[in-house]
Design a protein around this ligand. Sequence first.
Ligand code: S3P
Length: 172
Amino acid sequence: MKNVVLIGFMGCGKTTVGIGLSYRLKRPVEDTDKRIEREQGMTVSEIFASQGEETFRKLETQLLECMCREECCRIVATGGGLPMRPENRSLLKELGSVVYLRVQPETVYERLKEDTTRPLLQGENPMGRIRSMLEQRHPVYQQTADLVVDVDDLTVEEIVDKIECRLTGRCE
Ligand code: S3P
């Protein structure tokens, strides 16, 4: 099996599900945000504040290019905005099997209402922002994915079960 790449909106659980899948499939997990933070020596918020979103987006593309050249096989958890650049969508598909963790706006709001680490959700009317961004992004996530899992009512364990079953054919 190729790399397994998790995409989806902020708060859909890419990082947590990535760790669960990593245990289940006995593969290392890599998180694009965490790797960018490590390589830049700055948090995502600091990069947005000091260099702007466009710089962050370039770093995401460069990292994907780099990961496509690295060895298989791992679990890759991506930043929520990463599939929005067309060139990143080709790179994601090249990287591995793409799994979209689909989440409802209410779930995102509940999970992230106290969060301060997502620069795009700070400020007025976070619920409105979540709704409009999700509306814009959902078709792109859907179009990029080989597999879609609705995560709102599932535990991490159940999400991992579904992904394992669909990608490996090992189903309970
Ligand atoms: C972003 C999502 C974040 C992070 C950055 C931008 C986005 O990652 O990459 O704040 O544009 O949706 P998570 O999806 O892991 O929160």
